[in-house]
Design a protein around this ligand. Sequence first.
Ligand code: IPD
Ligand code: CA
Ligand code: CA
Length: 263
Amino acid sequence: MHGSANLNIMLKAARKAGRSLVKDFREVENLQVSAKGPGDFVSKADVAAERILREELLGARPNYGWLGEETGATEGADPTRRWIVDPLDGTTNFLHGLPHWAVSIALEHKGEIVAAVVFDPAKDEMFYAEKGQGAWLNDQRRLRVSGRRRMEEAVFATGVPFGAKRTLPAMVRDLSRLMPMTAGMRRWGAAALDLAYVAAGRLDGFWERELKPWDMAAGMLIVREAGGLVEAVRAGESVFDSGSILCANQHLFGPLAEVLRAP
Ligand code: IPD
Ligand code: CA
Ligand code: CA
């Protein structure tokens, strides 16, 4: 795919932040055995990655707005466009030396996501999409959601937020309904990558409650551009307003939604 100038800015920024995070991740692996653990170090790593992303993205487009997990929201001179950024999605994995975390960057225009990048530096996998241009992995692979049609064959992923007291009963109910009728559940710990994996056909669907816009913004466009369906968990709500997301291929969206939306 021949990406727009904005997409190229995003890809470059993701690679630069990814290099900084990979360096810190090596250090985190060493710190696992120390008594203090790598906690403080990790909170510096994601702040440093967001600083790099800000410099790259706002450096190239100084009039755009900003919404980042670490630095919050800033309105731009152009109120119709903003970057939505999670510099490190999958912090708990990163902290534990688990190589499954990502940099997530989306560009929103007039309330709609128009370009998206989810970069997994540990596996060197760059997932990206532009509205109307399809979804892609690295230089050449076009992404398509899976073609599975039967719940018995499906592998779905979900996430349980940290603490999760409020959402735990709903999660236990969902799992007790879905586990007997599917091929399995995964809880990988990085929502942006869960979404990218649905786009790549590795997972047949994903849902999570209590997410923030920066967890979902990039991944949801990548899923849609790969042919998947994306909605809020409750029918009729908006993904960002509800902070929830449900996505799957076009065959399994209905059956999965039916279970998750049942009283
Ligand atoms: C978290 C991850 C996780 C999800 C949490 C998110 P963070 O983001 O996406 O998979 O279950 O709800 O907060 O804190 O690692 O950026
Ligand atoms: Ca996140
Ligand atoms: Ca984060």
